[in-house]
Design a protein around this ligand. Structure first.
Ligand SMILES: Nc1ncnc2c1ncn2[C@@H]1O[C@H](COP(=O)(O)OP(=O)(O)O)[C@@H](O)[C@H]1O
Ligand SMILES: C[C@@](O)(CCOP(=O)(O)O)CC(=O)O
Ligand SMILES: [Mg+2]
Length: 390
């Protein structure tokens, strides 16, 4: 869940939290013997889409690895030449017209795989609970789980044990290893977003709730549980295009937009202090929630100013306001998902009515508690999962 997105790309602070929706990536390295016979392949199985892509390793070698793999200890950006080679490799594939937006994810996959593991034969399977391209950071969750699985297979990242609430077999990863996963995921996110701030991959890697400003992360300890209703408008959109649109507006109206970004920064600072404030009785919790709702309302107004709202988002805002509930878009906007704060004292009956009214307009609703897990590993096949909302 993200508060104060977009301005974060321009240097303002933002707040983001992980939620309990996860992307899982599993990786099986295949025998190198096949490579010698020229039959070795790299396969990617996108479970949710029923699509499988495969590349002969010899073709990957020829197209991508003119230079040897430099090692995965340090994340490197994708050079323009390498990007052009990846684009050519993808052109050789028949991506269904209705799914062309997948090509950004496929490019990030090819970049991360070949940068970390070279052209070794392998089979990668990805599945996700997150709706794609709807503001919940699916691109970051994809890059984090992928980088984590690849780095684990490369022996660069290892589980340290510890208790995971995700269930048996899932293990935590140490801070330095998480840093490495995050750095590689950021390079992948750059391929999908163009100019990401890094907030999505960071919260997806580390989990919980964070304040993020100019690449610096501060962990926030939420003192009271925060529940949100997420409404997916089902209007598809693309983060890269929306971020580029805000840059264009900022270049046309630099003074006005600087003030907007400054206001967003102040809102993030207030939200950060507020969530860390312990509220022990009913009145204190109510007043904390009222302040949070007001800040969300102000943030939504500023996002409208940046030009990233959408008529579907406005419909959700109007519907929830009828029940005195405050909402804001999340992620890049332009459609996608809307967050509605669920106050502690809201009755289930009212919540059911709101959801019924939203779903009668073909929106899809789900309830989440803010503060999910970050990247974790399940050994015996490098399965990695993580969740994220912005
Ligand atoms: N599970 C996945 N498999 C393949 N590609 C993915 C997956 N999740 C995300 N992506 C890539 O990320 C893109 C969506 O990213 P983006 O526009 O940033 O939206 P968001 O991050 O809000 O979901 C998709 O179009 C796709 O290219
Ligand atoms: C708009 C932005 O702030 C968040 C984008 O998130 P998402 O891809 O819509 O989940 C961009 C960024 O911070 O990189
Ligand atoms: Mg994204």
């Amino acid at each position: 869940m993200e508060v104060c997105e977009h301005a974060v790309v321009h240097g303002s602070a933002a707040v983001a939290a992980a939620i309990d929706l996860y992307t899982r990536c599993s990786l099986r390295l295949l025998p190198l013997a096949d490579d010698e016979a020229g039959a070795a392949v790299l396969e990617l199985d996108l479970r949710d889409h029923g699509l499988t892509f495969s590349w002969p390793c010899a073709r990957l070698h020829e197209a991508l690895l003119t230079e040897e793999v430099a090692g995965a200890q340090e994340a490197r950006p994708c050079s323009p030449d390498r990007m052009a080679s990846i684009a050519r490799l993808l052109e050789e594939h028949e991506i269904p017209e209705a799914k062309v937006w997948l090509s950004a994810g496929l490019s990030a996959f090819l970049f991360l795989y070949t940068s970390i593991l070279g052209c070794r034969p392998g089979k990668v399977t990805v599945s996700s609970d997150l709706p794609m391209g709807s503001g919940l950071g699916s691109s970051a969750a994809f890059c984090v789980s992928m980088s984590g699985a690849l780095l684990t297979a490369a022996g660069m990242v290892a589980a340290v044990g510890g208790i995971s609430s995700k269930g048996t077999g899932w293990e935590l990863v140490g801070k330095d290893d998480l840093e490495l996963v995050n750095q590689w995921a950021f390079q992948g996110e750059k391929i999908i977003h163009g100019k990401p701030s890094g907030i999505d991959n960071t919260v997806s890697t580390f989990g919980s709730m964070i304040k993020f400003k100019k690449g610096e992360l501060t962990n926030l300890k939420s003192r009271n549980p925060i529940k949100m209703l997420i409404t997916d408008t089902r209007v598809g959109r693309n983060t890269k295009a929306l971020v580029a649109g805000v840059f264009e507006r900022a270049s046309r109206h630099s003074d006005a937009m600087a003030s907007v970004f400054h206001a967003v920064n102040s809102i993030s600072e207030e939200v950060s202090s507020l969530v860390e404030l312990a509220a022990n009785d009913e009145i204190a919790i109510t007043s904390k929630e009222e302040k949070l709702a007001e800040l969300m309302e102000m943030n939504q107004g500023l996002l409208q100013c940046m030009g990233v709202s959408h008529s579907s988002i406005e419909t959700v805002l109007r519907t929830t306001l009828k029940f005195n509930l405050v909402s804001k878009l999340t992620g890049a906007g332009g459609g996608g998902c809307v967050l509605t704060l669920i106050p502690t004292l809201l009755s289930n009956l009212v919540l059911e009515k709101v959801i019924a009214e939203l779903e009668s307009q073909s929106f899809r609703c789900f309830i989440v508690e803010v503060g999910g897990q970050g990247f974790q590993v399940c050994q015996g096949g490098c399965s990695c999962f993580n969740g994220d909302v912005v």
